[in-house]
Ligand binder design. Sequence first.
Ligand code: KG4
Ligand code: ZN
Length: 324
Amino acid sequence: MGVVDDGKVLSNIIASQQIHSEYGGVVPEMASREHERILASITTQALETADRELSDIDGIAVTAGPGLMGALLIGMNFAKGLALRYKLPFIGINHIEAHLLANFIDNDALEYPFLCLLVSGGHTQIIQVNGYDDYHILGTTIDDAAGEAFDKVARLLGLGYPGGPPVDRFARVGSAERYDFPRGLSDSGDLNFSFSGLKTAVLYTIQPMDAETRAKQTLDICASFQAAVVDTLTTKIRKAVEETEITAVTLAGGVAANSQLRSTMDDLRDAFGLELYYPDLSLCIDNGAMIAYAGWEGFRHGQSSSLDITAMPRISISSPIFTS
Ligand code: KG4
Ligand code: ZN
């Protein structure tokens, strides 16, 4: 939950759902219940941190999709309730678009057009962003998303959920040369990605190991796996820069918090003269401020949604914004 004033973030309260760690992944039913349980209190916290009252708010933005239906519906209904009660303009936000626009929050120098490497738990895409609401998907994963691969590998290693942060930490001290994991579709000639072969290769490496060996090899497995993901992502973004001749590149989504992805992108920036932007870590992982910011952008562009819209779990970035 977040409060934004004139494009500036006043608060960004992220309630991580610890419960999923115990199950090694998101259990949709539990995600919904947890949303329901915390919504009112994080709204209060977000307002208090921003030093604002509900009566100060000029508009309500909410994620309309993509995502888990139950969690989306709960957020949507809560937001509609606020909009009705306070007679406020209301806007349904595309979650992917919000990740992408989050780059503007603390990067004043960012200008259109730019390329966005969007890497989250559900998506891995290279998007050409020509302007507000002008998005073209240049490449996408044909199977797992990058974040999903992190989560699955972490689960195989018993590292909990979400898997990205512990794998990232362990990879820093492991050897990336120890295992030669596949770089899916790296020679495919297009800008698509594939991570399921990598996940399977990690599974086949781990499967024959006893618990002690697995524990000893965890650091090197994390490092070798992460190197394969980062290689795959950065090879394709480099290709996208060459093909489009667009040199402004942004990262977005939870995997954009990955330290090796960031440092490899820094190297690419230096080697190829890119302008590189990535949001602060708190704006990479799912957060309310990015939704509030996207709402502010939407309202500024004269858009709003009817209270009749409903959650859209499978919507794509290239789909229209929810204006009616
Ligand atoms: O954007 P996000 O918070 O939620 C979705 O919209 O999916 O992304 C969550 C994903 C998870 O798969 C998580 O493991 C991954 O982002 N993630 C990371 C890191 N932090 C979060 N992956 C790699 N390295 C990280 N440091
Ligand atoms: Zn997300």
